[in-house]
Design a protein around this ligand. Structure first.
Ligand code: SF4
Ligand code: SF4
Length: 430
């Protein structure tokens, strides 16, 4: 594990020290009608309609919530096209020609400090709901639902750990926008009437620790601590992060709010800042494009809805003509595609472009590596075998819901079996 951890950090240095390139004016943006959490959606605009930045152009329907769809540019709707979403599925996208004027919808306005100080929890909840803020670290979970907790919250924890190999978009966000992070934390402290906030970063990121600690001192009215936590994967998993940052062990299946803790990813807290301060939905984000398949790996500040093909061109294209694999999100938990016809949604942290290697999958040798590596104590090999046998009765007794889809069972498999994929499918089956 120590050897693997070091290798993971070396991979991050491909982009870690590269300041984000601003690429916020693509000719077109593509906004998905559905996503991984919302299976259906409706579109309020048609080809030829003029739209404004921040305008609601549709509505997604989730299992127990609805989510407005916002235009991330001002311009003209060209119609509906098919592209790959972060979920790995080909779905409908609204194609909008960017007029590059950034004309705001009248819902976007700056709130004064006095107006913000007067906001109640209900006001904050409505703001994040209207702005369709979700977990921007990749979870996509609607933030307003977290704001509806009835549990008293004592501590806000900000996840700045960014466990995934290769990915450095949160790292750059913390280095480049620390003030926005502090202000977002201030709003979260106010909304939950919490006493303190902890920003969790990996111990080895001394530079982030120093930057955030220095900037936190500019906000003496906020009780913000920066905590250095372990360098292992999956330290970013909320249970592991909370244990390292506070010493509190949250039992599996229990919400952290029951222990007075509310946690947000660092990108989400910046999204909260923009939503509260400007009533602005997420129209831009930090993003990493890296891997051995492209010439110049890079960090970007991009417009949500930008085509990945366009950004690959900005990285001087592919490293060679060989076949590529595209991973949306990190290599441990992301979705892989065989085509680059995908788009940056607000929850896509990164795309890893890998030269295709013909990994030869071999039969399971019952080595037990996947069992030893599972952080929640599951037996992935047994889950995989039960799934292959379509033995749902056996699967029901295997606690599959506890799987956090960390990818470690695949990573550790000596036979190169995509064990995590089988566990994901088994979860769906159950
Ligand atoms: S992905 Fe594999 S290792 Fe990770 S929690 Fe799920 S079963 Fe365990
Ligand atoms: S790590 Fe791979 S080879 Fe080993 S028991 Fe698990 S599935 Fe089988």
């Amino acid at each position: 594990m120590i050897g693997k951890t070091k290798k993971i950090e070396d991979i991050k240095t491909l982009t870690k020290y590269l300041p984000s390139v601003r690429y916020t004016d693509p000719d077109y943006v593509y906004i998905s009608v559905t996503n991984a959490r919302c299976a259906t959606g409706e579109v309020y605009v048609k080809a030829g309609d003029k739209v404004l930045l921040g305008q609601v152009i549709g509505l997604r329907h989730g299992p127990f919530f609805e989510q407005p769809i916002h235009s991330t540019v001002s311009g003209e709707v060209e119609g509906i096209v098919k592209k790959f979403h972060r979920s790995g599925k080909l779905v409908d996208f609204i194609k909008i020609k960017n007029d590059k004027l950034d004309t705001y919808c009248d819902t976007i306005h700056e709130r004064t400090e006095e107006e913000i100080k007067a906001l109640t929890r209900e006001d904050f909840t409505k703001i994040v709901k209207d702005c369709a803020l979700v977990g921007l670290g990749g979870s996509s979970f609607p933030t307003y639902i977290k704001f509806q907790t009835k549990d008293p919250i004592d501590t806000i924890i900000i996840n700045g750990i960014e466990c995934e190999p290769y990915v450095t978009s949160d790292y750059r966000l913390m280095m480049e926008y620390p003030d926005r992070i502090m202000r977002g934390i201030g709003y979260a402290l106010q909304a939950f009437d919490a006493k303190k906030a902890i920003i969790a970063v990996k111990e080895k990121h001394q530079d982030i620790y120093e930057v955030l600690s220095a900037v936190a001192k500019r906000y003496p009215q906020l009780n913000i601590e920066v905590a250095r936590v372990g360098n292992f994967y999956p330290q970013g998993w909320e249970i592991a992060m909370i244990k390292s940052a506070t010493g509190i062990q949250i039992p599996s299946g229990v919400l952290p709010a029951k222990y007075g803790i509310m946690n947000f990813n660092v990108s989400t807290i910046v999204g909260l800042y923009k939503a509260v301060r400007y009533n602005m939905p997420v129209v831009k984000r930090n993003f990493t494009l890296t891997g051995d398949g492209i010439k110049f790996p890079q960090n970007f500040r991009v417009r949500v809805g930008t085509s990945i093909q366009e950004l690959i061109e900005k990285c001087n294209g592919y490293s060679d003509d060989s076949d590529k694999i595209f991973i949306l999100g990190g290599p441990m938990m992301g979705a892989s595609l065989v085509r680059d016809d995908a788009v940056i949604s607000k929850t896509v942290t990164s795309v890893i472009v890998m030269n295709h290697k013909n990994w030869v999958e071999e039969p399971c040798v019952r080595c037990g590596s996947c069992v030893l590596s599972c952080p929640v104590g599951l037996k992935p090999v047994q889950i995989m075998n039960a799934y292959k046998a379509k033995d749902t009765d056996a699967l029901k007794g295997m606690n599959i819901k506890r799987c956090i889809e960390c990818g470690l069972c695949t990573y550790s498999c000596t036979s190169k079996i995509p064990v995590t994929e089988f566990v994901r499918k088994a979860k769906k089956m159950v």
